[in-house]
Design a protein around this ligand. Sequence first.
Ligand code: ZN
Ligand code: ZN
Length: 352
Amino acid sequence: MKALRFYAPEDVRLEDVPEPECGPDEIKIKVRNTSTCGTDVKIFHNGHQNLTPPRTIGHEVAGEVVEVGADVNATHGSTWAPGDRVQVIAAVPCGHCHECRKGWMAVCQNQTSIGYQYDGGFAEYMIIPQQVLAVDGLNRIPDNVGYDEASAAEPFACAINAQELLGIEAGDTLVVFGAGPIGCMHIRIARGVHEVGKVILVDVNAERLEMSANAVQPDEVINGAETDVVARVMELTGGRGADVIITATAANITQEQAIAMAARNGRISFFGGLPKTNPTITCDSNVVHYRQLHIHGANGSAPEHNKRALEYISSGQVPVKDLITEHLPLDRVLDAFSIVQKGEAIKVTVEP
Ligand SMILES: [Zn+2]
Ligand SMILES: [Zn+2]
């Protein structure tokens, strides 16, 4: 079968590999959709410390069960069968460390990941490892949800995790930095689930800002390359500042701007990680102190967030179909990466 294998930074090959075999405690799926995100592009250029090459990458996966290992259903009390439509978690918690027992599976200290320690979804077939099954990380796709939409449930789950920490209240003013797919999903969730009020979308790429604004219709857009973002947000909020700010970008300055534009009792999510070589920001601690700001991190998602993402898509509460703007065959997976890198599409999905 064809698979996209990572060997080293800038050395990623679409090649023929043997079709994987399904062990007694594993499930084998025919991959239908694996979506791409900025992480894939980062892996392509820089690799990742937890990724052991050669490795099939791709972590936003949906597919169809073709084989169920002999021990799986007895071990997990499940009823998996060939033909089942499934979505796969990307971040795999261990299920037994301190954090997992506290219910904080997104920050499991022994977390492993699809496409890092296990072969991922840019391939015709994929094995669901027993570590995923052990934490109930294989999810049935509701009948009215497409494989392409289901593959977007993983990034969607990460956004749900972040927003859950923010205590968003109906009517809150929301600023989202980053008009990529995840910024769009943040806006959809904030409205569909948390009923935020005014939504302001910020980006420095005018074309991407326009494309995403057309899809999710924020109340205001700000091009950070042309406009003083903090001053403009202050103006749009009558000088009060934004109640909730989510930085869905890797740009350090957006985190500083988030602090500067936060309203009293404002809540901030540093959703996007910063470059490893430059991970520090300047923070006026007195602003945090006197304004009583709440600054949150966000690290991936727990299996439960993936289930919730599928429910929100199925119920129509948070639509994602229109955010998937490109469908490409596996042969063109590297084109998909360059589309993502250039920000030319909202979400690009690959169909092996
Ligand atoms: Zn991703
Ligand atoms: Zn754990």
